[in-house]
Design a protein around this ligand. Structure first.
Ligand SMILES: [Zn+2]
Length: 85
């Protein structure tokens, strides 16, 4: 089923309709549903990229934290428990 949005009232209207049944505005040969959805989909795709990037950074941070723990535990071992806060 081919649907498109009315440019006047934003209602979803059958593509065959020459006039919007909701507001009566003439239907132009504007973007169909696929085109109308492609922009939000592109935005979702971008958000997914952002999430992957964040997961990667979080993983790096975890590794850095593990390294810090290792270094601190080695310092503790060298300096003895007295050096502990
Ligand atoms: Zn309309």
């Amino acid at each position: 089923m081919n649907l498109r949005f009315c440019e006047s009232c934003r209602s979803l209207v059958l593509a065959e309709f020459r006039f919007c049944p909701y507001c009566g505005a003439p239907m132009s040969r504007g973007p169909g549903l696929d085109e109308a959805l492609s922009l939000p989909l592109a935005r979702i795709e971008k958000a997914r990229d952002g999430q992957a990037r964040f997961a990667y950074l979080a993983e790096r941070l975890d590794r850095l934290e593990a390294d810090m723990d290792l270094i601190l535990s080695q310092l503790d071992a060298e300096m003895g428990p007295a050096a502990k806060k």
